[in-house]
Design a protein around this ligand. Structure first.
Ligand SMILES: O=C(O)CC1=CCC(=O)O1
Length: 92
């Protein structure tokens, strides 16, 4: 199943810079692992915002929830999830 997910990130100002950098490094490693195994199909920056839009390909709502809740930045994110279906005019 495909899901469009928008992630808006807000890191608290009082989080120490080294801790924020460590969380972002773990987020990057996890995101790249999921891209390599095909579950994180697209990852795009939203221009001018600390936000991204992503497309995930996972087997169920529960699988997506688990994956998202394991993001190192999850405690600092607001997530908007949209399940996707085939469009009848799509070529692929
Ligand atoms: O920077 C972001 O949009 C949050 C994020 C998701 C994957 C990643 O590496 O950073």
């Amino acid at each position: 199943m495909l899901y469009l997910v928008r992630m808006d990130v807000t890191i608290p100002h009082d989080l120490p810079a080294e801790r924020a950098a460590e969380i972002k490094a773990r987020e990057k490693a996890y995101a790249q692992q999921l891209q390599r195994d095909g579950r994180w199909r697209h990852l795009w920056r939203v221009v001018g915002e600390y936000a991204n839009v992503s497309v995930f390909d996972v087997e169920s709502n529960d699988a997506l929830h688990t994956l998202l809740s394991e993001l190192p930045l999850f405690p600092y994110m607001r997530l908007q999830v949209t399940p996707l279906a085939q469009h009848p005019s799509a070529l692929a």
